[in-house]
Design a protein around this ligand. Structure first.
Ligand SMILES: [Zn+2]
Ligand SMILES: [Zn+2]
Length: 500
């Protein structure tokens, strides 16, 4: 159907071509078979018009086993000869050989990346690139992105996929949105997330769990498919029995996603959503990618996360240079530290009870390994922090002070959950206590706040002595999903809550 709306003005009268523009071109593709289909067709196109190929598309589908790369990779000489003799497709030996060769490398990428979609979307870091073209003549034939992908594919052994063909692939599969801005499809194929998308993200995540869960039920079940009435047998009760409800739920979620013009491939949506969300929270894409992978495999990430949200909120409260504490924040359950299980470097040290309990438990465990902690600094009031900071400025100048001391209102120490182990300087890293804490602090709910090499991220230089009590669950969460970097996990939680 030709649209009466304003569109890209492709120079064609072909209904097939226009329908392709209106329905397919530029829609983000996350499905590997679809990617492979386009790669086969695009590499066959070289030197011909796209319309020529579009007209032969269904012939190609039949000739190429529905574009199944596994089957294509195994094509024999006999099959090759049959393709060469097939008048429905482009009978070019080099192109046909390239398609079989490319299928083999396609499988290799799937093995390496989990899917070809992940591989190719990783080049633009999972984000769609939106063109800002007013006219067709402004649209480039290649870009540095297509150069990079084409070069990488060539290195991997692919053939007939130069930068121009790859750019066409990026446009076709919506990695690049090159509908001109006045085209009605420009907006429609745009993948954008709004502040509300958290809700949809959760829906998509649930949808994936439900789908995986119901599939698991089927897969794990080696019994015949029900009794003669087609109903589940007694032994098949469980996941299968719940299917009607699940189907209903899935349908509801799918409708909700469709209503928001979200691609029905929910796994891709979950990954896309998490990568976007982590990006918004200032967390590197490689961490987002790993979290997304784990979410798609098991619900543990979100189950653990929601459990953490039930903790005392100050255990995960983000306090840093950009996120000050609420004005006049002061914990109301501070208790004095007494020497015994550990030594005290000074008098008058205070901690919140949850942190002190954990410290005592940790000190007992350390004692069994012959380690005794000396506590150097703990809770600081805003006034006290102001003095500490002023002293640092006086001694080292503002620039250095800001690398190692917080301005009042922005110090983790004001939480009453932080311990500076003694000696509070770079000598600490060489003590047995430091080695022990590196290995064991997480088990007791403590996390190193300012690790080595992360000054850009945390705002502070490496402080081997500064540990924050975050609770056992969050400490494990940080280690499992955030490469042990507390700051990333707290940024994630903070972003999640801000977008509530
Ligand atoms: Zn268009
Ligand atoms: Zn400290």
């Amino acid at each position: 159907m030709t649209s009466q709306k304003k569109s890209c003005d492709w120079n064609t009268t072909s209904e097939l071509y226009l329908e392709y523009h209106d329905k397919e071109w530029g829609v983000p593709v996350f499905d590997d078979k679809k990617h492979f289909e386009f790669l086969v067709l695009e590499s066959a196109q070289a030197g011909l018009s796209w319309l020529t190929i579009l007209k032969k598309r269904e012939n190609y589908r039949k000739a190429y086993d529905g574009f199944d790369p596994k089957k294509v990779a195994r094509y024999s000489e006999k099959k090759k000869a049959a393709l060469l003799a097939n008048p429905g497709i482009i009978r070019n030996r080099l192109k046909i050989e390239a398609s079989i060769n490319n299928a083999k490398h396609f499988l290799e990428i799937q093995k390496e990346y989990g899917s070809f979609s992940r591989y190719i979307w990783s080049f633009p870091k999972g984000k769609q690139i939106n063109g800002d073209w007013k006219t067709l003549s402004e649209i480039p034939a290649t870009t540095p992105l297509s150069d990079a992908i084409s070069a990488d594919l060539r290195k991997r052994g692919f053939r007939f996929l130069g930068s121009t063909i790859i750019y066409a692939h990026l446009q076709a599969t919506g990695i690049v949105n090159d509908h001109i801005t006045s085209c009605f499809r420009h907006k429609e194929v745009k993948r954008s997330f709004s502040l509300n998308s958290k809700v949809l993200g959760i829906l998509a995540i649930l949808l994936v769990f439900i789908l995986n869960f119901s599939c698991m039920g089927k897969k794990d079940n080696n019994l015949p498919a029900g009794n003669e009435n087609g109903l589940p047998t007694q032994d098949q009760a469980g996941p299968l029995q719940e299917l009607p409800d699940l189907a209903d739920t899935i349908a509801r979620f799918s409708r909700e996603l469709a209503r928001k013009d979200i691609h029905p491939d929910s796994e891709a949506y979950v990954e896309d959503f998490l990568r976007w969300f982590f990006g918004e929270a200032g967390i590197p894409d490689r961490i987002a990618y790993k979290a997304a992978t784990s979410v798609l495999e098991s619900p543990a990430f979100f189950m653990e996360f929601f459990e953490i949200l039930n903790q005392d909120p100050y255990t995960y409260f983000l306090v840093d240079k950009k996120h000050p504490l609420p004005d006049n924040y002061e914990p109301d359950d501070l208790v004095p530290l007494k020497a015994g299980k550990f030594l005290l470097a000074r008098d008058g040290l205070l901690l919140r009870k949850i942190a002190l309990d954990a410290l005592e438990e940790m000190a007992d465990a350390a004692a069994e390994d012959g380690i005794t902690f000396t506590i150097g600094s703990t809770y600081r009031s805003a006034e006290y922090q102001a003095q500490v900071y002023a002293r640092e400025v006086e001694a080292y100048g503002r620039e250095t002070a800001d690398r190692q001391s917080a301005r009042p209102g922005t110090s983790q120490h004001q939480l009453g959950l932080v311990i500076d182990f003694s000696p509070i300087d770079d000598a600490f890293v060489n003590t047995p206590a430091s080695g022990w804490l590196t290995q064991n602090a997480g088990r007791f709910g403590f996390s190193l706040s300012f690790p080595d090499g992360y000054e850009e991220v945390t705002g502070y230089r490496y402080e081997s002595w500064h540990y924050r009590y975050v609770g056992k669950d969050l400490a494990i969460f940080i280690n499992n999903y955030f490469e042990g970097i507390q700051q990333y996990a707290l940024q994630f939680i903070n972003a999640w809550q801000e977008q509530g």
